[in-house]
Ligand binder design. Structure first.
Ligand code: ADP
Length: 284
């Protein structure tokens, strides 16, 4: 079938001939593919857990220097602001330095927010469910994905009066991060310079909130489509894909009493999540 199987070859000498050095040997081959796959999966889980621990550790270590940078830049800004206007007028470099310091402060604050986010993300503590809007979840997900999405355009269409859903925010954010970064990955083989839209559309239907994440990157091949929610199923290179993102998304959505489906439409993949609305609006 073109697949690779792992075989274990076992041999036993059952009898030795007395003089000529010959022997009777019984041997068998067993198919240990499943065992090997499980071993690989265990290794992958261990790697992910270690990465999670490392991320938490790095986040913790980075907080201190970032706070110092931010304080130092703010102090320097205050000192620059105290310089009399007459002196500032003669030294235009002061205004430009003040502007650069402001950027240092803004960017360190952004880095701190990201790190704090990462810490909550990696802490892996069960969060309690609260009414939450897809718009807020998308904002947080995009903040984390900003670097990855530099070539893509996220087109969001989430009505302001969309009903909330009752869930813990981090698992939902993980789902969106995964769906959006999969869409960005799907554009990897696309020609440079062409538009790379990722559409995030939400709507309400009765007591159900529907969220769709779609791309125009060519879609999911027919032989891959039925397997995308399988744990450890990935078509990405080792080290790039874990095959866990959609399986975890499936688990989270199912636990919340919803559904997640994958399909192809308009030249790309479409993932649709349906969850019970927490506060049905008058209209719905
Ligand atoms: P991973 O991203 O680590 O491979 P996922 O569970 O997130 O794991 O995805 C499983 C597989 O589903 C991917 O390897 C890819 O083959 C397919 N897939 C997911 N999203 C898309 C998409 N937007 N377009 C094409 N294929 C996709």
């Amino acid at each position: 079938s073109g697949t690779t199987r792992w075989l274990r070859n076992t041999l036993r000498v059952t009898a030795r001939a007395a003089n000529n050095g010959g022997a009777d040997v019984v041997g068998y081959l067993s198919d240990v593919t499943r065992e090997m796959q499980e071993q690989l999966q265990r290794q992958q889980v261990t790697t992910l857990l270690t990465l999670g621990e490392m991320a938490t550790g790095i986040a913790h270590e980075l907080n201190q220097p970032l706070t110092s940078i931010s304080f130092a830049a703010q102090n320097a800004s205050i000192k620059l602001a105290r310089i009399p206007d007459a002196i500032k007028a003669q030294a235009p470099g002061i205004a430009s330095a003040a502007e650069k310091l402001k950027r240092v402060v803004d960017q360190t604050m952004r880095a701190s927010r990201l790190i704090e986010h990462m810490r909550i993300f990696a802490r892996n503590q069960p969060q309690s469910a609260t009414p939450i809007s897809w718009a807020a979840v998308l904002d947080s997900a995009l903040e984390i994905l900003i670097a990855k999405l530099s070539d893509c355009t996220v087109l969001r269409d989430i009505p302001a009066d969309l009903p909330a859903i009752l869930a813990a925010p981090i698992p939902l954010e993980q789902i969106l991060i995964n769906l959006i970064s999969n869409a960005a990955d799907a554009y990897n083989t696309a020609l440079p310079g062409l538009p790379r839209p990722i559409l995030v559309h939400a709507s309400a239907d009765g007591g159900t909130v529907i969220l769709r994440v779609a791309d125009r990157a060519g879609g999911i091949p027919p032989n891959v489509l039925p397997r995308v929610f399988e744990p450890f199923f990935t078509t990405k290179d080792p080290g790039r894909g874990t095959g866990l993102g959609l399986a975890l998304a499936f688990g989270t959505v199912t636990e919340l009493g919803g559904t997640i489906t994958a399909a192809n439409a308009d030249g790309g993949a479409v993932f649709e999540i349906r969850l019970p609305a927490c506060y049905p609006t008058a209209r719905s």
